[in-house]
Design a protein around this ligand. Structure first.
Ligand SMILES: [Zn+2]
Ligand SMILES: [Zn+2]
Length: 367
């Protein structure tokens, strides 16, 4: 069947909207008619050339839609189900899947991280040549074929153009708080970077009744959004010295948790320097290829300071996505604050330009 998609050819060039051919779902695969896709910073990493990727490639990995067909052997979703796409098409039976950490499943590395299906091939073609699907989702297209475990059924009364964001930013940010870190009520939380993921970290911290929630960014609009989501203090680090403010707020020791949601050397090091003895810096932001950081290991041992990583919010999509949708429907997660505007697939390059200008909230592409 024909689909309309935004295709990435090479770094630094605009995406081109064009028709592609989409094959039927094969064994263990699902055809989804997308309702919406968020535009995420990870897509932008590829557009800018900060992450290598095969091409031609359909970017996008934060989608939601309705199942139109299922391939042989599919058991967990059926035609008509509303689904949020997951870029963690886990196997369900390896050591990582069986211990609740499907984002670490080797199958995810072999498929999603290579932008191919589980058998190593693509379902999209252009003039007979393969076209890759970013993260085995490729949600900048009106229809997608994804592995069964990449399509997570949710309740049917949830607005798909909003809950699409649960498929990346919200799962990553809220999950980092409630799954990876398991922040306790009253803990002090520093959030560095208030894009979609950082704002979702703020949301997660508010959800678990963290004490002080200190949000840092260099964009005042991002900080206003953080305040509306529950940040108790916001700091524009381009105008104010973060260390001084932290000293006033939490004393010389530092915060219990520092979440880094940008992926830059300087901010990752700042996160580590901001935690108290026994505290933890959680690296949620995705650094460009080749970035390294400098940490004083004696501080780690002597002061028991930790730095941990969080991939996809250590979430189990099949459990966490419906739970996050419920929280949204109960009014406990404000996804509107993450959305700047809704556009069409033809607005995709404008969406990246807005992101490049430092805008925190996302463009959502509606189909
Ligand atoms: Zn993303
Ligand atoms: Zn697995």
């Amino acid at each position: 069947m024909k689909v309309t998609a935004a295709v990435f050819e090479e770094a630094g060039k605009e995406l081109v909207v064009q028709e592609l051919e989409l094959d039927d779902p094969k064994d263990g695969e699902v055809l989804v008619r997308l309702a919406a896709s968020g535009v995420c910073h990870s897509d932008y990493h590829v557009v800018k050339g900060e992450w290598g990727s095969p091409s031609p490639l359909v970017l996008g990995h934060e989608g939601a839609g309705v199942v139109e067909a299922v391939g042989p052997g599919v058991t967990t979703v059926e035609v008509g189900d509303h689904v949020v796409l997951s870029w963690v098409p886990y196997c369900g039976h390896c050591k990582y899947c069986n211990t609740g950490r499907p984002a670490l499943c080797p199958q995810v590395q072999e498929s999603a991280y290579q932008s191919v299906m589980l058998d190593g091939t693509t379902r999209l073609t252009r003039d007979g040549e393969p076209v890759y699907s970013y993260c085995a989702t490729g949600s900048f297209a009106d229809r997608v074929v994804v592995p069964e475990t990449g399509a997570i059924p949710i309740r049917k009364d949830a607005p798909l153009e909003k809950v699409a964001l649960i498929g990346c930013a919200v799962a990553t940010g809220v999950g980092a708080v409630i799954n990876t870190a398991k922040v306790q009520a009253g803990d002090t939380v520093l959030v560095i970077g208030c894009g979609g993921v950082g704002l979702s970290v703020v949301m997660g911290a508010a959800l678990v009744s963290a004490g002080k929630i200190i949000a840092v960014d260099i964009n005042d609009d991002s900080l206003a959004r953080a305040r509306s989501l529950g940040a108790t203090t916001t700091i524009n680090s381009a105008k104010t010295d973060l260390a001084d403010v932290l000293h006033d707020l939490v004393g010389p020791d530092g915060v219990d948790w520092a979440f880094e949601a940008i992926g830059l050397k300087r901010t990752i090091e700042t996160a580590f320097q901001s935690i108290r003895p026994g505290g933890t810096a959680v690296i949620v932001g995705q650094a460009a290829d080749g970035v390294t950081v400098e940490i004083d290991p004696l501080v780690m041992s002597d002061r028991e300071k930790s730095m941990i990583g969080s991939s996809y919010g250590t979430c189990h999509p099949a459990v966490d996505f419906p739970r996050l949708v419920d929280l949204f429907m109960e009014g406990k997660l404000d996804l509107d604050v993450l959305i700047a505007r809704t556009g069409t697939i033809h607005d995709i390059n404008k969406a990246f330009a807005a992101m490049g200008s430092g805008e925190a909230a996302r463009t959502v592409i509606a189909y």
